[in-house]
Design a protein around this ligand. Sequence first.
Ligand SMILES: [Cu+2]
Length: 279
Amino acid sequence: MKKFWCWFFIIWPVLAIWACWVAPSRDWWFPGESATPLGERIDGLFYLILIIVTVVFIGTQIAMGYVLFKGTHDDEKDVLFIHGSHSLEVLWTIAPAGVLLFIALYQMDVWADFRIQSRFPQDAVAQPIAEVTARQFEWRIRYPDPDRKFKNAAEVRDWLRKPRPDDLYTVNDLHVPTGRSVLFHLRSEDVQHSFFAPKLRVKQDAVPGLVIPIWFEVLKGDKYELVCAELCGWGHYKMKAQIWAQPEREFQAYLQQLKKEQFYDGVGEEPEPSASLAN
Ligand SMILES: [Cu+2]
């Protein structure tokens, strides 16, 4: 019983390593591989930090266990009192500060590529694919007319300020092309929501009054989950949507189909197949 605290501190790192070891095979780990290149870099940062804290955690637990082991005797002995060590205090203050500074500097590039607008892929900035508006309790998506291109940044700003009659609308279905960077603008109509696509490693708050650009590049065509990650009211759980990543040609065909559904009244001739599909 005297060794209880010694074993208590030793058991935690053993349990932690076991949990990390079995987690991937039991689906306790990430929600699958990242589907975006930036997401892979974010995962890399996660693993780097995981390795650092693992080393520190195991080190401190073993040290605690060792001290407790040495400090417990069956026979009564005199206890040794010490009044701290100045050099040790300096060491274990500077070492964590150094590690934190290293992490802060090391992650800056990933953060900048994700959030700093001047680092965004400029092709994607010039032609945003959509505007996504979160509201209680759905995601409203507005695409610009697929047959028109924005000429400059002023036109994009204008489009964001004022919807156009030829815009296309959907709810809870965001389609994006694969193999190139895409950008859309996120806003909220009422309260604060959060755009969260776990497999794309994208999470961004939608804040009332702000228009926030988000970009990503999806590598593989698939259906990805989109949820709201901010408790936004009674129907928060209902804010589930899909991101359909598909090859450019299918994406353009989807937009044309949407256009037809939205504008063709079923009377008279059907609209011509689009020029963007022909090439
Ligand atoms: Cu929400």
